[in-house]
Design a protein around this ligand. Structure first.
Ligand code: PLP
Length: 361
């Protein structure tokens, strides 16, 4: 693997090697134009075609109908925690939050600046290990929108279904599992995701927003925080992250070559199963954080018998070329992030190491 290690980092995360190679080949001169993508005008026809190709890539992979806009913004998923309520919530209105991890808590807290942000459902009491059953949720019919996080990156807890708002607009933070499986797009009013896990490099935020939502945005928002203005200008109200968008396009091409999100889902299920099997067959040496039914295919979280052994595990793994395994400080233990671009051989290597480490310790 050309001196590369296995990078289990939660994000910024591993990118597909063929994407990096293509970017490397084009870094001095893009498709024979004598400049890199970072040096050409964002208003040039060259960049216009890069932007359209990245948008088409996302639209095609996720089968997004024409009544949804695809935007490439800046400010990360964190800015979406603010932009969504700024655009869609007033003081007199309530948004309901389904909170299954730390990022959902942040999204809900941020929304309280703009209106009522009510936690409709939370798994905080059990340490964020599960997601609600499909039919367990009841929303107030007057709720302005419902917000949830389809994959909680820190706890490794993932929804296995597209949440149904039963007519209430659903907003989803899909930062850490977008493009890992097909989506039932019709269920969503707005989906956002920081790019740095499954879409491309940091510095780009993907927003997929249904057309009708653009009609109800209040007047007077700063244009860069107004989805309507951003959509009107096709993500180019100001200079976008041209390099990042270019890489998003290359990642989409690579995903298509892999067979699209249906094929990726199968690969992701197979990779995750290897790790969860290693946990489940360890006679309790390794314990998974998430309940079985909510286990993430993207972020596999588990613990060793002590935090000290966890530290040793990470150090020894890093010495063997497997890095980024330390769990988030709020959860502890280990987190193996195995996004779309993470190779099966790397998972096999980790499983082998888990077995050896357990024998020795
Ligand atoms: C699910 C989720 N939401 C939001 C964020 C925040 O993203 P950003 O750093 O792009 O603001 C992250 C970052 O890891 C995340 O995993």
């Amino acid at each position: 693997m050309t001196g590369r290690i296995y990078n289990f980092s939660a994000g910024p995360a591993i990118l597909p090697v063929p994407v990096l190679e293509k970017a490397k080949a084009e870094i001095l001169s893009l498709k024979g134009i004598g400049m890199s993508v970072m040096e050409i005008s964002h208003r040039s026809e060259h960049f216009e075609s890069i932007l359209q190709s990245a948008k088409q890539g996302i639209r095609h992979l996720l089968n997004i109908p024409e009544n949804y806009h695809i935007l490439f913004l800046q400010g990360g998923a964190s800015l979406q925690f603010s932009m969504v309520p700024m655009n869609f919530l007033t003081r007199a209105e309530t948004a309901e939050f389904v909170v299954t991890g730390a990022w959902g808590v942040k999204a809900a807290n941020e929304a309280t600046r703009y209106g009522n942000a009510e936690t409709n459902f939370s798994t905080a009491a059990n340490g964020f290990r599960s997601v609600p059953a499909r039919d367990a949720l009841n929303f107030h019919p007057d709720a302005r929108y419902i917000h949830y996080t389809s994959n909680e990156t820190i706890e490794g807890v993932e929804f296995k279904y597209d949440l149904d708002g039963f007519g209430i607009p659903v907003v989803c933070d899909a930062s850490s599992n977008i493009l890992s499986r097909p989506l039932d797009i019709d269920k969503y009013a707005l989906i956002y995701a920081g790019a740095q896990k499954n879409i491309g490099p940091s510095g780009v935020t993907l927003v997929i927003i249904r057309d009708d939502l653009l009609q109800i945005i209040p007047e007077g928002l700063p244009p860069l925080l107004d989805y309507g203005r951003l959509a009107e200008h096709d993500s180019m109200f100001n200079t976008p992250n041209t390099w990042g968008i270019y890489l998003v396009g290359l990642v989409c091409d690579w995903l298509k070559e892999q067979g699209g999100v249906e094929a990726l889902q199968k690969m992701n299920e197979a990779k995750a199963a290897m790790l969860y099997d290693a946990i489940d067959s360890s006679d309790g040496y390794y314990t998974g954080h998430a309940d079985h039914s909510a286990r993430s295919l993207m972020n596999v979280t588990f613990r060793l018998p002590s935090e000290e052994l966890g530290r040793q595990f990470c150090e020894e793994a890093a010495a063997l070329g497997m890095d980024g395994l330390k769990g988030h400080r709020s959860v502890g233990g280990i987190r193996a992030s195995i996004y779309n671009a993470f190779p099966t051989e790397g998972v096999e290597r980790l499983v082998e190491f888990m077995s050896v480490f357990r024998e020795k310790n």
